[in-house]
Design a protein around this ligand. Sequence first.
Ligand code: FE2
Length: 285
Amino acid sequence: MNRVAGIHRIALQVGNLDQVSRFYRDLWGMELVRADAQEHQFRSHGVAEPDLVFHAGPKAGLEYLALAVRSAADLDAILARVEKAGHKGLIAERSDREATLRDPDGNLVKLVVAPKAGLVREVAEPAQGPRKIGHIVLWTPQREVMEKFYALLGLGVSDRTARGMSFMRCNTDHHSVAFVDSKGKTGLQHIAFDVGTLDGVMHQKARLEAGGVPCVWGLGRHGPGNNLFTYYLDPAKTCIEFYGELEQIPDGEIPPEPRYWGPEHKGDQWGLAGPPPAAFTGEAH
Ligand SMILES: [Fe+2]
């Protein structure tokens, strides 16, 4: 099946562009590849193109999620599937290389032809900063509806949890997009950056803490995805994760039988990290 290949780029709007940009350059460890008064573009160390973009603006939060597709033919096939399912009106813009849609929650989703999607270079550990953006998690009051829409883009459900999450994948990563139940809130819950192994996760943690950025949840090991996790807040209070050792699922196994994690699973397999803090669960907002 033609499907998206992974996260191509995430764009966020922020009130204080310079402050946020300094954080991602000097502390989070990404490469600032382009900057003007309105837009700063960052690149993780293992990918070909900028994968995180900030725009100055009053509406803080997710501006768009861009998902990579490998070819124009894949783009055509995915859009045909979306239209056939009755979502024709959602396709706001269209060119040969890119299409813009709105998902059922109203999030802007771009599909971008990017043949070099994913990791294109080895990053020696310990790296200063991420190899790539691995996944995004979105709040949603209609998780089933969102699952169905993203399935049209070619994502398959890996796992669901009693705590109200669905994890979806489109490449060998256990999840690239996930959803978490809300009472009405939509948009970004967190962005997760791949730093390889346990060593990578711990080096980043030490580096950030030395820079005055505390880890707000972790170190732990999640159930779904089995990844090592550490969470932080950027200056805009956006929740961001450095993770390692995410479960890899061979491409041919899409779609497998989704697993279900019952209420006994609290988020950390070890029982070391404790429950997620308010900054993560959204109770602070
Ligand atoms: Fe995550």
